[in-house]
Write a protein that binds this ligand. Structure first.
Ligand SMILES: *[C@@H]1O[C@H](CO)[C@@H](O)[C@H](O)[C@H]1NC(C)=O
Ligand SMILES: *[C@@H]1O[C@H](CO)[C@@H](O)[C@H](O)[C@H]1NC(C)=O
Ligand SMILES: *[C@@H]1O[C@H](CO)[C@@H](O)[C@H](O)[C@H]1NC(C)=O
Length: 508
């Protein structure tokens, strides 16, 4: 054989082997299903492809039609994996039974950050810090948050005496969010550092991009997809990690030195970095040569994801909603102004922000409708199989996703016109944005509900409050409101330029 035919022989064998591999995995997956009383597997025409194409291109229609035919619980065959989709009844069974349905394992299928920030128990420990520390010292964090949001708005939007066009609001909001978030994570000393802020923004963006990569390689095995999609993030993180360590190292040395010299008289800064430094497994004997920098940096990386990625998306959506739904602007402005007057232009306290009930309800409605079509996938980790209350059974390892539309479109749960944006829906039920309820799945539910929701909601409210008081905002082109669409089951990011202009009225 000459070289060319040898080459094509290899390629052909590779392709045949590849297809064979897919067929074998598909055979095993499908043959394993028969013994259990499984939820109906929705009809599909093409083997292997299954529902993948319609899932990607018109997920809404697929889910709607399947629901009509098969009821509340059914399975789809997407990217070579069987995925069970549950509606509003069973959703809460999934959220409540954390011994059976594991959220972390579920989202790692799509977002395997554990392959990037590779430390044991990192996500668990960070969740604990968020619950105990950030929520525990929320009053302090609220003050800092506010100062930093004001500072960031001044920096990135600034005075708009003349109308100012912001062509990529998502980017500007990411610039703004990075400042208060960096302050909470790495502290006063380096939260203004350009390199640190750039690392925060870039890492958050690299992670956000992962949401939108279709898991093609999952046709063979989800593991392959997981390994593949994190390559750019891994590479990016190794660069950013070095930058972050180089900047926090002197800060850590200084803090440890202060602690050693001053003992209990030293007032430790309140930030997540200090949380790590107080952990005797990360820093041994206050010795700067005995610091696990790797753990701290990876912890920071994971916190960037937890505090920036979805908060940026949520804040951007809420701002677009505010711009698009002009009918609420005046009333929200009045509420903002009243609260501002009551505190004489001083800093808002936690209670002041809690008083913004109309804005709160507005934000909750924005978050409610931004969930997408299906999501919050949990992995069934129960021994061998699990039987739902409705009698259907699924094997261990099955991915179970929640049908958001089933909850969002339900009149009994949501009140009138459930699919429409109605800003005071939650105010009328006296249900603040941080409260988990059967009609609101954005933050999940049960023990694993998002521990950062207090921070996220207060961040979004503070940002919108300042925007309401200072600016008029409209779309770049008045004719078009921001268009909503989906990429697979996930909302498409909106990208419409916005025009900011200082408010004309001068209030006394
Ligand atoms: C961060 O992202 C920006 C814009 O995408 C890019 O220009 C810059 O080089 C990135 N910085 C680093 C350190 O990777
Ligand atoms: C963040 O948003 C994405 C896209 O909407 C979603 O798939 C994901 O579950 C969210 N992450 C968390 C931790 O809530
Ligand atoms: C999701 O909910 C919507 C609204 O109730 C319904 O039309 C759709 O078929 C449901 N799908 C599933 C998976 O239950």
């Amino acid at each position: 054989m000459n070289e060319i035919t040898l080459g094509s022989f290899y390629i052909q064998s590779f392709i045949i082997g590849f297809i064979g591999l897919i067929l074998v995995t598909v055979f095993f997956k499908l043959s394993g299903r028969t013994k259990l009383n499984e939820p109906p597997l929705a009809y599909y025409r093409f083997p292997i492809i299954g529902h993948t194409w319609s899932y990607l291109t018109d997920c809404e229609k697929l889910i709607l039609e399947s629901r009509k035919k098969y009821g509340e619980t059914f399975s789809l065959y997407v990217f070579g994996q069987i995925q069970t989709v549950v509606g509003k009844e069973t959703a809460h069974e999934v959220l409540k039974k954390d011994q059976v349905f594991n959220f972390r394992e579920g989202y790692r299928t799509f977002l395997p950050l554990n392959f990037v920030f590779r430390q044991d128990m990192l996500a668990e420990n960070n969740a604990k810090i968020t619950r105990d520390y950030i929520s525990g010292k929320f009053k302090h964090f609220i003050n800092e948050l506010q100062k930093n949001i004001i500072k960031a708005i001044d920096l990135y939007i600034g005075e708009c005496v003349e109308p100012k066009i912001i062509r990529e609001p998502r980017k500007t909001i990411s610039d703004i969010i990075a400042i208060p978030v960096a302050n909470i994570i790495v502290g006063e000393e380096c939260c203004n550092n350009e390199d640190i802020l750039e690392a925060f923004k870039n890492v958050s963006l690299l992670i956000a991009k992962l949401f939108y990569i279709p898991p093609i390689l999952s046709f063979i095995h989800p593991w392959l997809h997981q390994q593949f999609i994190v390559i750019p993030l891994r590479f990016g993180w190794s660069q950013h990690k070095k930058v972050i360590i180089s900047h926090i190292k002197p800060v850590i040395e200084k803090r440890l030195d202060n602690k050693k010299r001053l003992g209990d008289a030293w007032v430790a800064p309140l930030d997540i970095l200090q949380c790590y430094l107080d952990d005797p497994e990360i820093v041994i004997d206050l010795d700067p040569n005995n610091v696990n920098y790797d753990y701290i940096a990876d912890g920071i990386g994971h916190f960037i994801f937890a505090t920036m990625t979805n908060t940026t998306i949520g804040t951007t959506n809420a701002l677009y909603d505010l711009v698009e739904k002009k009918q609420y602007w005046q009333e929200l402005y009045q509420e903002a102004q009243e609260i501002n007057k009551q505190c004489n232009g001083n800093e808002l306290t936690f209670n002041d922000i809690a008083k913004m009930v109309k804005l709160d309800s507005f934000v909750k409605e924005s978050l409610r409708l931004a969930t997408g079509i299906v999501g919050l996938s949990h992995k069934c980790i129960f021994k061998s199989y699990y039987t739902f209350a409705n009698g259907y059974q699924i094997p261990s390892g099955r991915l179970v996703s929640l049908n958001f539309s089933d909850t969002n479109n339900d009149e009994e749960l949501q009140g009138q016109n459930p699919t429409e944006f109605y800003a005071y829906r939650h105010l009328e039920r006296d249900s603040p944005a941080t409260k988990l309820e059967r009609n609101f799945l954005t933050f999940g539910g049960g023990k694993r509900a998002c521990p950062g929701r207090f921070l996220a909601v207060n961040e979004i409210k503070t940002f919108l409050h300042k925007v309401l008081l200072k600016y008029n905002v409209r779309t770049d082109n008045d004719e078009i409101g921001p268009k909503r669409g989906y990429l697979g089951p996930i909302p498409k990011p909106i990208n419409v330029g916005l025009v900011f202009e200082n408010r004309k009225e001068i209030e006394i």
